[in-house]
Design a protein around this ligand. Structure first.
Ligand code: FAD
Length: 480
């Protein structure tokens, strides 16, 4: 038998339309399918609890698919570059194939592995496919990376080529002797004591089959109405593909091939635009790798954020007294996901109403989201905070009450996540503190006991934020 090829699985946990896997299988050599859990490579950005839960199930689904194809997943732990190099030595491998990632630490891993293995004449080949367009491909007229979304979007559209997805290989030949492997269970990714993942289990089906099912459902039920439906958190108006995309259980080009973008397909076009936002976030991270930690606009490093652990905790637990904020934070805690409109409302509330640093919100989302993604999380938090590339203007401060009344007019979303106020009439559902005593009594609410009063006054905190931002922009001391 010829020397094996190692396929190093990273965030490409699928068999269909994987350029790396197709190329590895096409060599005719046996393929060692490897995954390495390395919590040290990513510094402060070790995968959070919800992501680890997802990863456990995604790896399990991948291993099952590989077994059907006559192979299996080899799982190890440790510093990934060293582990892959050791595996290559052990197995006498002639090449390592992998799909690219764009986090700074992952880019560094790719270079380190190439350097290490080229000295041993082992070929390292990197493949794209996680994005619609690789981050080096599109450039401004001046040859620089993009900082503004709309021209980036136009440039990406020019590069888009819809191609039939590569089918999953029917068989993936394994070497006669498989290298030793830990079990997926031994990776310790699932929460056991306590097991807090019941809401995640009820909500998601991680793995390739779950990704295809989510796409089928979106196309059948939501795509036509997506331009408006995507702003209605109570409805199934979006695809919920984000965790599947993050873990590479489906690739964006596979999605594109199913959409039939064209005349009269406003839903598909609006959806592709969101996929391009995902590419834009990766483009920003690739070219400005500091954005998860530091403001894209460096002057924002001096913004006078407040330290307010009590308010931060109320926000995290969905106890701010603003139903739209609390519903979002509880949806996140229970299911590991939050609707995009509500992510914007909750994020704006933290950084504008509470003046708490965006990094604190980013860290909470990182731990609790099943789709936690270094690029999308950082870029979107900075967008809301006003410190990002092409960010929301500082004076855009979402009013959680009017946002709720506009996008959840009957209060269905709020009632689902905050049962203790569900019996309030529609006109008070987004502002319970304005309800007369008898309406509160009738709904079984004792404000301040069964549900909090607002932790800040909207008008006063809006004015405080505007003053802080305006003063800061003029170069003075912000108001505290
Ligand atoms: P759909 O509306 O069906 O969109 C399809 C796909 O497009 C999504 O799956 C996603 O991959 C991409 N997409 C949509 N909106 C955005 C966006 N604004 N930015 C980047 N990509 C987008 N998304 C993440 O995947 N991971 C994160 O960690 C993350 N953190 C966020 C933090 C904040 C503060 C905000 C405001 C947004 C964040 N988003 C993040 C973006 C967005 O909220 C989610 O991608 C979206 O809600 C996922 O739901 P969906 O799959 O149903 O989206």
């Amino acid at each position: 038998m010829s020397a094996p090829v190692i396929l190093w699985f990273r965030n490409d946990l699928r068999l269909t339309d994987s350029a790396a896997l197709t190329a590895a299988a096409a060599t005719g050599s046996p393929v060692i399918c490897a995954f390495v859990l390395d919590d040290a490579a990513c510094g402060a950005w070790k995968a959070g609890g919800a992501s680890r839960w997802w990863l456990h199930h995604s790896l399990t689904a991948l291993d099952a698919a590989l077994r059907k194809a006559g192979n299996r997943l080899i799982c190890r732990t440790g510093r990934a570059v060293n582990v892959i190099a050791e595996l290559a030595d052990e197995a006498g491998a002639r090449a390592v194939y992998l799909s690219r990632r764009y986090e700074p630490w992952a880019v560094a891993e790719e270079t380190a592995l190439s350097d290490l293995l080229s000295a041993r004449a082992i070929d390292v080949r990197r493949f794209g496919g996680a994005l619609l367009v690789e981050p080096e491909v599109v450039r401004t007229g001046q040859g620089t990376p993009f900082k503004v979304f709309t021209p980036f979007y136009r440039a990406v559209l020019k590069e888009l080529a819809v191609a039939s997805p590569r089918p999953a290989p029917e068989t993936i030949p394994a070497p006669k002797t498989l290298p030793r492997s830990k079990s997926i269970e031994d990776l310790g990714l699932r929460p056991l004591t306590p097991d807090w993942a019941a809401g995640l289990r009820e909500t998601w089906l991680p793995g390739e089959a779950g990704a295809v099912a989510a796409l089928d459902r979106f196309i059948a039920e939501a795509m036509a109405g997506y331009p408006e439906g995507r702003d209605r958190p109570a409805a199934v108006g979006t695809s919920r593909l984000s965790p599947h995309l993050h873990f590479g259980e489906i690739g964006p080009r596979q999605i594109l091939a199913r959409l039939h973008v064209g005349e009269g397909q406003a839903g598909a076009e609006a959806f592709v635009r969101e996929l391009v936002w995902r590419d834009f976030c990766a483009h920003l991270l690739f070219h400005w790798p500091e954005i998860p930690d530091r403001p894209f606009r460096p002057e924002y490093a001096d913004f006078p954020w407040r330290s307010d652990p009590v308010a931060l905790r109320a926000w995290q637990r969905g106890q701010t007294g603003y139903p739209m904020v609390d519903a979002g934070m509880r949806e996140l805690w229970r299911t590991g996901w939050m609707h995009n409109r509500v992510r914007m409302i909750t994020a704006s509330f933290l950084v504008k109403h509470l003046l708490v640093p965006w990094q604190d919100g980013e860290a909470w989302f990182w731990d609790t989201l099943v789709d936690a993604d270094l690029a999308s999380n950082a870029a979107n938090w900075q967008w809301v905070a006003g410190s990002g590339a092409d960010a929301a203007p500082y004076f855009r401060i979402f009013n959680p009450v009017t946002q709720g009344e506009k996008f959840d007019p009957r209060g269905d979303y709020v009632r689902r996540w905050i049962p203790e106020i569900a019996a309030l009439p529609d006109k008070y559902i987004h502002r319970p503190w304005t309800a007369p005593d008898d309406a509160l009594r009738h709904a079984g609410i004792d404000l301040g006991t069964t549900y909090p009063r607002p932790i800040v006054d909207h008008a006063a905190s809006r004015a405080r934020a505007l003053l802080a931002f305006e003063t800061f922009r003029r170069g003075g001391e912000g108001a505290r």
